[in-house]
Ligand binder design. Structure first.
Ligand SMILES: [Cu+2]
Length: 267
């Protein structure tokens, strides 16, 4: 473990599993250091004032007040450091997350739909295109209201957990069926509000295999604390096998390139 990783553990940051997450952690570290310096600096100044301006030594109040400029300089320095944190770290990070979405066939797409008090993951299947969903079709058997007539939806499937592949970018589209939830993926340093009537994308790249809990990050009702989900990052091979296993009624025209993978999975 490197020194930054050790510091992260000491300040209680959770395990990191995404590519961009170290930038988030780095920013948190900088904020911690700045606040630590401020705490120590102002504490020393406070004690100094208690001693320096004690009543015994200053029987009469000075109406002129401070004549030096030290405190002004310190305040300007604090503003400058805060500006560096915001402009140098927060803005660039946010710009990439909000505008530079990955494209191409390698990007894993998932829709994460929240409801009281669970998540349902909707995968588009091998065609990479989601079938239509309609609120009026929602029923016990059809929790997301998938349209059975839509050809794009034939190979779609639902899953209770968020499953991703290591080293592959993913776009998770978050929405809600009832109230505001929040899909918080702490190891990925990602979170997105799930807002009824709207959809919001978030993207990241997992760099570590593993299985973690996901948290609902918005107080969403009496069962909020039990709204625990799971996220698993698999290797590419395991992910492909899992994807194939969950895809319903595979289309007859299967490409021959897949056959070797299939044999491997069987053995
Ligand atoms: Cu919730």
């Amino acid at each position: 473990m490197n020194i930054l990783g050790l510091i992260n553990e000491l300040i209680g940051l959770p395990e990191l599993a995404s590519e961009h997450g170290s930038m988030v952690d780095h920013m948190l570290e900088m904020v911690h250091w700045l606040v630590a310096v401020l705490l120590i600096g102002w504490s020393i100044f406070f004690v100094y004032c208690l001693v320096r301006f004690r009543q015994k030594r200053n029987p009469k109040a000075s109406h002129a007040g401070v004549k030096g400029h030290a405190s002004t300089h310190v305040e300007v320095a604090v503003v400058a450091i805060e500006a560096i944190l915001l402009l140098g770290f927060a803005f660039p990070l946010w710009a990439v997350r909000s505008a530079e979405f990955p494209t191409g066939p390698d990007v894993i797409k998932v829709k994460a739909v929240g409801e009281q008090f669970k998540w349902t993951m909707h995968y588009p299947g091998p065609d990479g295109t989601f079938g239509m969903t309609k609120p009026e079709l929602i029923s016990g058997d059809n929790p997301l209201g998938r349209d059975p007539e839509d050809p794009n939806g034939k190979d779609d499937f639902l899953y209770t957990e968020l499953v991703l592949a290591k080293d592959r970018e993913c776009i998770v589209t978050v929405s809600s069926k009832d109230v505001i939830h929040n899909l918080a993926l702490h190891p990925m340093r990602m979170a997105q509000d799930a807002i009824p009537g709207s959809i919001a994308d978030m993207w990241f790249k997992p760099i570590k295999t593993g299985r973690w809990e996901t948290v609902c990050g918005q107080l969403c009702g009496a069962g909020h604390s039990g709204m625990v989900g799971y996220m698993e990052v698999k290797t590419q091979k395991d992910f492909d096998a899992w994807y194939k296993e969950n895809t319903p009624s595979p289309s007859p025209e299967k490409s021959s390139a897949d056959s070797s993978d299939e044999e491997k999975a069987k053995s």
